[in-house]
Design a protein around this ligand. Structure first.
Ligand SMILES: CC(C)(COP(=O)(O)OP(=O)(O)OC[C@H]1O[C@@H](n2cnc3c(N)ncnc32)[C@H](O)[C@@H]1OP(=O)(O)O)[C@@H](O)C(=O)NCCC(=O)NCCS
Length: 273
């Protein structure tokens, strides 16, 4: 693997100039709680969000892969969490998001220092900074990191941010893969907002990650989520199947007293030049 010091030879001031009032770099374990509050919690459903301890753990396991953008006052604007895996280049061998994250999801069980691929696992933009191309800046820096580490691939198992709403608009009967590959008329870019943003950065869609994230809880815990998270959005779309404008679906298994959430994502590749 190449010497990685060149990643950090890019001075903060150089990036400040490139990004105007923002700086970009790696987050430290001590910032786990602050990143959770500013970026993770506002953007993820409670059953999907990473805890402050997990965010801190990721920075201990793979500091080069945990990127954050702050303004000059130190306010958090956006983050990108990446893990490093070995991939043989075959689409059929792409793992699930869960398999890349490991359990716990701090990459401690899955980070492979001999890996040849960086995987973008989670991108979060602070509510006040949305629409300012933060992801484009994170990806530009991720390419510097990937090239500095001698990676062959920059991948992601991406969750299409508009799929939950689109499903609702289509009576909860919408094919996930067809949606991900659907293009806007005129621009020819993806219909989905997040995939469209990634397309500006050269995204090539590879394959559906059909059970990217699976979460199993007791029915009691599921009922708490229903009561507390977007309480007006929940719909039983078929017997024992619940949705709340998220990408995935909850399946109730009354016999075993559990509820299982399964979310599909889509694998894609960003060119490293
Ligand atoms: C999904 C998310 C990361 C997108 O970030 P954002 O700040 O909202 O969006 P961007 O600034 O990248 O994009 C804003 C617009 O600029 C466009 N754009 C993005 N990069 C661009 C570029 N380099 N050049 C030109 N246009 C660009 C986008 O396509 C979008 O245009 P639109 O109006 O047609 O939709 C953000 O909304 C978020 O944090 N969501 C919650 C968490 C999540 O779902 N994360 C993704 C899964 S890991």
């Amino acid at each position: 693997m190449k010497d990685t010091t060149k990643i950090y030879s890019i001075s903060a001031s150089e990036h400040t100039a490139a990004m105007k009032e923002f700086v970009i770099g790696s987050w430290q374990p001590v910032e786990g709680e602050a990143i959770y509050v500013a970026l993770e919690h506002p953007n993820w459903a409670p059953w999907l969000e990473a805890s402050a301890a997990t965010l801190a753990g990721r920075a201990r396991v793979f500091p080069h892969g945990q990127l954050v953008i702050k303004d000059l006052a130190g306010q958090y604007a956006a983050s990108l969490s990446m893990n490093q895996i070995l991939w043989d280049g075959q689409i059929a061998h792409l793992p699930s998001w869960d398999a890349v994250a490991g359990d716990p999801t701090d990459y401690s069980k899955t980070h492979n220092v001999m890996g040849n691929a960086l995987v973008m696992m989670s991108v979060n933009v602070a509510p006040a900074c949305k629409g300012k191309h933060m992801p484009t800046n994170l990806i530009a820096y991720a390419k510097v990191v990937a090239n500095g580490l001698g990676m062959e691939h920059l991948l992601g198992s991406f969750r299409p941010s508009g799929f939950g709403q689109a499903k609702k608009a289509h009576g909860h009967d919408l094919n996930f893969g067809a949606y991900c590959w659907s293009k806007q008329e005129g621009t020819g870019k993806p219909i989905d907002p997040w995939l469209r943003s990634l397309a500006w950065n050269g995204l090539e869609l590879l394959a559906v990650d059909p059970a990217a994230m699976t979460v199993k809880v007791s029915i009691g815990e599921f009922e708490e989520y229903k009561a507390q998270y977007k309480p007006d959005a929940w719909i039983e779309v078929a017997e024992g199947k619940w949705e709340c404008e998220e990408v995935g679906t909850w399946n109730i298994d009354s016999n075993n007293g559990i509820a299982v959430y399964v979310e599909s994502n889509v694998w894609g590749k960003i060119p490293l030049y």
